[in-house]
Design a protein around this ligand. Structure first.
Ligand SMILES: [Zn+2]
Length: 406
């Protein structure tokens, strides 16, 4: 098996078995045939990039019905408003600046840029969320970004000062075409800024549900720097972010254009000290994950046997890995509440647990709620204080299985 970045040898270290497309919620009654793939992860012996061994065709994941909305969480709305303000203040200060966002989703970040009257373009392959962005005054180009699309954008709009992507680049196996496209599109002093789940946090927290079809790469400073250099870029800045269970924002500039900031050397040293990309570290992570799976299943089976009422909270994309890897079905978690209208009334992919509207959570409150959207735990627990006041207990499984009751 070959690395998608450098063709080096991949060393597999974790296997989650047969998995569905994480956002392919199925209609009840006749679910029809579902698409499954083998979810397993390896690390490149040469460039240290951690990546999936099997790639799901992009059209199966990112299409007109893609349900995830960036604007769905107040914390994320605030986060992206902050990103936009910072880009406006630091990178988009020249005459007539131009910013391109890859995977702009419903325009949560670009909305602020558009309101500031700055030239921008969101590239979005999922038509439904792209139309939401357009309705908010964001200029959207529907389609996948790659080298050819970049040439088209350059011809139409001229070079970009910033190419930005949040929770998008890690979704894209064909990084070679992406970075060639960014190289085409960026003006000489321009930057590529992207933020994605951080391998260091995933390993430290055993947050194995960050591993699902859409997350092809698990970046860290070590592997991103190697990837950047293959394309004439240099990693010039990194910043740890608390969102989505721990992310890093990477800034790439052309080699020689900017001096790397001190945070880069610090994070590289931290990764080296932790032996983050070494197979032994990653195999130990996989063992912790398997132990978490066993204790979560034992807990849920115990609750079922004693007649406790259990439900799931948040039919997230990442919950597909938890439910299918652990073999959790409606016998252990009879339903899951979720705020996304497109998921309600449907069944979770592979595990076939009914998804209900948020009101079902309090009607009446269950004894236990499995918090599948744990990356929004603080926001959710603040919103749902009445659940614990009513005697309810949260079940969490990151970094290990634990309960949070009244
Ligand atoms: Zn490699």
């Amino acid at each position: 098996m070959e690395c998608r970045i450098c063709s080096g040898r991949l060393r597999p270290f974790a296997d989650f078995g047969r998995q569905p497309v994480s956002d392919a919620f199925v209609a009840p009654g006749d679910p029809g045939p579902e698409f499954f793939f083998h979810l397993a992860v390896g690390v490149c012996a040469d460039c240290s990039m951690v990546q999936l061994l099997e790639e799901v065709p992009r059209e199966k994941m990112f299409h007109d019905g893609y349900p995830y909305l960036s604007s769905g969480s107040a914390v994320m709305r605030e986060h992206f408003a902050g990103v936009a303000e910072r880009l406006l203040a630091t990178e988009l200060t020249g005459p007539d600046p131009f910013v391109v966002e890859l995977g702009c989703n419903d325009g949560t970040m670009l909305k602020t840029i558009a309101e500031a009257g700055v030239r921008h373009l969101g590239v979005e392959p999922s038509g439904g969320v792209g139309r939401r962005a357009a309705a908010r005054g964001v200029r959207v180009r529907e389609g996948f970004f790659e080298a050819a699309a970049a040439a088209g954008i350059l011809a139409e709009d001229g070079p970009a000062d910033v190419v930005y992507a949040a929770n998008t680049l890690c979704h894209i196996p064909y990084m070679d075409s992406i970075l060639r496209g960014v190289d085409t599109l960026l003006r000489p002093g321009g930057v590529l800024v992207f933020e994605d789940p951080y391998l260091g946090d995933i390993v430290a927290r055993a947050s194995f549900d960050q591993i699902y079809d859409e997350h092809f790469y698990f970046f860290c400073a070590t592997s991103v720097r190697a990837m950047a250099r293959r394309h004439g870029f240099e990693l010039v800045d990194v910043e740890r972010l608390p969102v989505h269970g721990g992310e890093v924002r990477y800034t790439l500039a052309r080699q020689g254009a900017r001096t790397p900031g001190p945070a880069v050397a610090r994070l590289l040293a931290e990764e080296e000290a932790a032996r983050l990309t070494e197979p032994a570290t990653l195999r130990a992570f996989a063992s912790r994950v398997a132990a978490n799976r066993d204790s979560l299943v034992a807990l849920l089976e115990g609750l079922r046997d004693e007649g406790a009422r259990v439900c799931g909270y948040g039919a997230t994309a990442k919950s597909a890995t938890v439910l299918n890897y652990c073999g959790i079905g409606p016998d252990l978690v009879p339903f899951i509440c979720d705020t996304t209208p497109a998921k309600q009334g449907r069944l979770t992919p592979g595990s076939h647990i009914p998804v209900r509207e948020p009101g079902a959570f309090a009607d009446p409150y269950p004894d236990y709620a499995l918090l599948l959207a744990w990356n929004h735990a603080e926001e959710i627990m603040a919103k749902e204080t009445a659940f614990r006041e009513a005697g309810g207990t949260w079940i969490l499984y990151v970094p290990e299985v634990h309960l949070m009751g009244a």
